[in-house]
Design a protein around this ligand. Structure first.
Ligand SMILES: [Fe+2]
Length: 385
């Protein structure tokens, strides 16, 4: 996030003495990307953020992936997956590759403190409400929110009832597309959202506590570190690196007279993938427009689409419903189901109510056990009916 923010108490200059009311020094911590060469924030802790008293290995489960063989389009019904664990431990792995892992979680239980040290995470809240608590402060989140969490941010999730979420774990940083930004990082006029659409922590949490476990994910696996003092003991911070929220309803769709391709829906990008938001909008308005997608073969990407609301005219007859995931891999041509084009033209529809989150990856997606547990095995043959 290239936008400077200051929250709570910080000293007038960086790296100078900053004292607690009792005369002791606050502990300054830099959270910085790309080895001191990119966005960073400085956080001021009441206690040393380095003091750990225990390190334990934690067994990872549900993380096996298998190739999409025999190659075929897939339909997974997350609506059939039972609630499990919490928003960290309960993630059902749907698909992944070396760049990104995509999971689904349904739960009403709070998570333990968690730090993903492999990359940024983007958690899309499909339904329900939760409080996101972090070293930077708290955020109230709800339906339609993308919560973007920088690498290394210690945080936890506290649902206020049942919550369903799509979890996107990157191997690097998740950012707004470069083409939406000026050379200094301001959103440009043609971008489908702007700084005013983003929410970030407004005040520090300042939690005290001792012997606090934090689950840490690294390339090697999971570790539970016990911190002598609570990591949320931050009295203030400033900088350009912090968690933030963008709600899908604030995405301003781009429409054309004839069909516009998915890049107009792009919302974020990460290493080896993009995230797109398909939102309610006017349909293509050329008098002879074919107002739903043409058949397409993305030779360089796999398309993972999570259907979160609305009506899917282009998918009539496919079995796709709210909660469904379709995976259309490279090597397979996909498009509207038979009769869908004629039906939409005949209906005279002028708007679409579809709401979907798409992740296009530039390397093939392997399939996770969560997906295989809720697969609709007939989907691949629906275009031939
Ligand atoms: Fe597609």
């Amino acid at each position: 996030m290239p936008h400077y923010r200051t929250v709570g108490e910080v000293p007038r200059k960086r790296h100078v003495q900053f004292r607690r009311p009792d005369g002791g020094l606050y502990a300054e911590e830099l959270m910085g990307e790309e080895g001191f060469s990119s966005d960073a924030s400085l956080l001021y802790h009441r206690h040393a953020p380095t003091a750990i008293t225990k390190a334990e290995s934690v067994a990872a489960n549900h993380h096996a992936l298998e190739p999409n063989l025999p190659l075929s389009p897939r339909h997974f019904r997350t609506q059939d997956l039972a609630p499990d664990g919490d928003l960290v431990s309960g993630r059902r792995l749907l698909a992944g590759n070396g760049d990104v892992r995509i999971g689904y979680a349904a739960t009403d239980r709070p998570s333990e403190l968690y730090r993903d040290s492999m990359g940024d995470e983007c958690v899309y809240i499909k339904s329900g409400r939760a409080r996101f608590e972090s070293m930077y402060g708290a955020l109230e989140v709800g339906e339609g929110d993308y919560v973007v969490i920088p690498t290394g941010t210690i945080h936890r999730w506290v649902p206020s009832g049942p919550v369903e979420a799509l979890t996107i774990e990157a191997s690097g940083h998740i950012r707004p597309p470069k083409r939406y930004l000026s050379q200094f990082g301001q959103f440009l006029e043609h971008a489908p959202y702007s700084e005013r659409d983003l929410r970030a922590p407004a005040e520090p949490l300042v939690v005290e506590g001792e012997d606090v476990p934090v689950l840490v994910r690294t390339r090697g696996g999971l570790t539970r570190l016990t911190y002598r003092n609570h990591p949320f003991d931050v009295v203030g911070w400033d900088g350009c690196l912090y968690p933030y929220v963008f709600n899908i309803s604030d995405f301003e769709p781009v429409v054309k007279r004839t069909h516009a391709p998915p890049p107009v829906h792009q919302t974020f990008e990460g290493p080896g993938f993009v995230i797109c938001s398909f939102c309610p909008r006017p349909l293509d308005f050329h008098p002879d427009a074919v107002p739903i997608p043409y058949n397409h073969h993305n030779v360089d990407s796999d398309e993972f689409m999570f259907y979160v609301g609305g009506d899917y005219s282009a998918r009539a007859g496919s079995g796709i419903d709210v909660g469904s995931v379709s995976l259309h891999p490279a090597g397979f041509t996909h498009g509207p189901q038979p009769g869908a084009v004629e039906a939409v033209i005949a209906s005279g529809a002028t708007h679409t109510s579809e709401l979907a989150v798409m992740i296009d990856t530039f390397r093939p997606l392997d399939l996770g056990p969560g997906a295989l547990a809720c697969e609709d095995g007939d989907y691949a043959w629906t275009w031939a009916r």
